[in-house]
Design a protein. Structure first.
Length: 551
């Protein structure tokens, strides 16, 4: 095949360790091991797609079998072995795709083939790509040969799913984790390729390619190939056209949109979003980019321009910094929660475009949030009399209404004040009741212990240093040991935990269940429920959430 007709990812595939980008440590380690003749039985390369796993495997095969040795590894004028390996036609270097040959019979054939020494090179090498696709039986068949292969036999594995490979196989390999390529390094690389191809692509468009490729060299070259093919004559591909080609949009539009949301300008917000939508941007891409912008607004003070991975330019970074100084963190966190929820909703709505518009309107109409300056001004207002005090309290409650709108029942329960633990001078905790014991379990994050106490334990008697209980069949066998240990740790007193034949009180969960049944029965007797049944005859009452007053 004519080299010029190849796609860029194949045309500029590295042929030596020097050509590899972003994997200097891996290249140096392998080179040194070959030089001192300490070659492992098997190499294992792992990493995301397109960072050079299979390419590195081929370079290792060349380094082991090059007629000129590792010191003079072929770069341009390839020797017979290097050329055959590069073309995947070497008789002693077998490349196998584990995705298509997963069975134990394939591995048995490979092992049988390995009994014969190399024909025209120093080593016989088996390169198995996507090795995690092999079956369990295939891995087992490979173990013995992998551990004690003949001196002439070497294995090279490549995978994107290291966790799917049995640990017995991993332990027999020399593992190398290939990292994502850094944005700056990848940008410089594709810029050189663009110059070699005499392409006219702006730096901003190249940075967009780097961002989309997420550290994958192959992805970046494929995108660059697509960009170069879209060029018309002598015209340069700028950021605007690149965004249209790759389905991305200008981040400055999103920043303007966010600013207008804070200002409450509904018409402008919808207008900007519809322009973005008309550019061909999918709603899910819009939501994910909106989340990214929210992240930058929240963490801009701890970021640098380089750490945004080319997502922002100088002007955008500066504008986000200015806006974020006037926005409270609570607002940004609240926006983040609504955005995450909307992302999940997109899978269940038929018209995602309309769902996004409603999402933006909901953000605008979140009443009660204010800028930092407004909150600061409120804090310096003097409370001259009781009337002013009441007004300020009412205002603060109103400001929390928005956050309360998204609280679920579990969060409401957390707002109730828990009993304060009584602590001695030497930091020992006094536990005077069963409820206090539950509270300390919550504070100490002993959730398993708390679960057992609430679900499987019936209290018979509680005294200082002594607990008498009955229990059900589900109680954990280590419960008494765990509880005794924790009580000694918290109170510095050895507690006696005894079992009683008496049934004792209902467990906490039983009490909650009984309370819920009672609430449901009372609710069914109410006029409101009876009225609702007149309109919805098939309605069924399944839960009643008690108010703080009821509790």
């Amino acid at each position: 095949m004519n080299k010029n007709s190849k796609v860029l990812a194949l045309k500029y595939r590295p042929q030596t360790f020097e050509d590899l980008i972003g994997q200097d440590v891996v290249a140096e380690t392998i080179t040194n091991s070959i030089k001192v003749n300490k070659i492992p039985n098997a190499y294992l390369f792992t990493g995301i797609r397109g960072v050079g796993k299979t390419t590195t495997a081929r370079i290792v095969a060349k380094s082991l079998n090059c007629l000129h040795g590792i010191e003079n590894l072929c770069k341009e004028n390839l020797c017979e072995n290097c050329e055959a390996i590069a073309n995947s036609s070497h008789i002693d270097v077998l490349e196998m795709d584990a995705a298509s040959k997963t069975g134990v019979d394939d591995i048995r054939d490979l092992i049988e083939f390995s009994r014969y020494g190399p024909t025209s090179s120093k080593f016989k090498i088996f390169i198995i790509d996507e090795v995690h696709m092999l079956s369990k039986q295939a891995f087992n068949a490979l173990l013995k040969t992998l551990e004690e292969p003949p001196e002439y036999l070497k294995f090279i594995f490549a995978t994107t799913e290291i966790k799917k490979i049995p640990i017995t196989v991993v332990s027999r390999c020399q593992r190398f984790d290939l990292s994502r390529i850094k944005s700056i390094e990848l940008f410089e690389f594709i810029k050189k390729i663009k110059d070699k191809e005499s392409g006219k692509v702006s730096d901003d468009a190249l940075k967009l390619i780097v961002k989309i490729s997420e550290g994958s060299v192959r992805d970046s070259l494929s995108l660059l190939d697509r960009a170069l093919l879209s060029l018309d004559g002598e015209k340069e591909l700028d950021l605007n056209n690149a965004q249209k080609i790759f389905g991305y949009f200008d981040k400055s539009q999103l920043i303007d949109l966010f600013e207008l949301i804070l200002q409450g300008n509904q018409n402008k917000v919808i207008e900007i979003y519809r322009k973005i939508y008309d550019q061909g941007v999918e709603p899910k891409i819009f939501i994910n980019d909106f989340l990214e912008i929210l992240y930058y607004f929240k963490n801009i003070n701890s970021l640098t321009l380089d750490s945004t991975i080319f997502s922002l330019n100088d002007e955008e970074f500066k504008k986000i910094n200015e806006i974020s100084n006037n926005v409270d963190s609570e607002v940004l966190i609240l926006f983040w929660q609504f955005t995450i929820r909307t992302l999940g909703e997109l899978d269940i709505v038929s018209n995602q475009h309309l769902s996004i518009e409603m999402f933006l309107l909901r953000l605008i109409n979140l009443s009660g949030f204010k800028t930092k300056h407004e909150n600061k001004d409120e804090n310096v207002i003097k409370n001259d009399d009781k009337k002013n005090n009441k007004e300020n309290v009412s205002s603060q409650i109103a400001n929390k209404d928005t956050i309360n709108q998204i609280k679920n029942v579990a969060q409401e329960k957390k707002t109730k004040p828990e009993a304060q633990l009584e602590i001695k001078a030497n930091n020992e905790i006094l536990i005077n009741s069963f409820n206090e014991l539950l509270n300390i379990c919550s504070n100490k994050k002993e959730m398993k212990l708390k679960y057992e106490l609430e679900k499987n334990v019936n209290l018979v008697k509680f005294e200082n240093g002594r607990i008498e209980i009955s229990f059900n069949d589900s109680l954990d066998k280590n419960f008494v040991k765990d509880l005794s240990t924790k009580l000694l740790e918290w109170t510095s007193v050895r507690w006696i935990i005894s079992f009683s034949k008496s049934k004792g009180e209902m467990s906490i969960k039983e009490k909650e269940k009984s309370r819920q049944i009672e609430l449901i029965e009372n609710a069914r007797k109410s006029d409101l429920y009876k009225t609702m049944l007149n309109y919805f005859s098939d309605a069924e009452l399944t839960e009643v959430v008690p108010t703080l007053k009821d509790d």
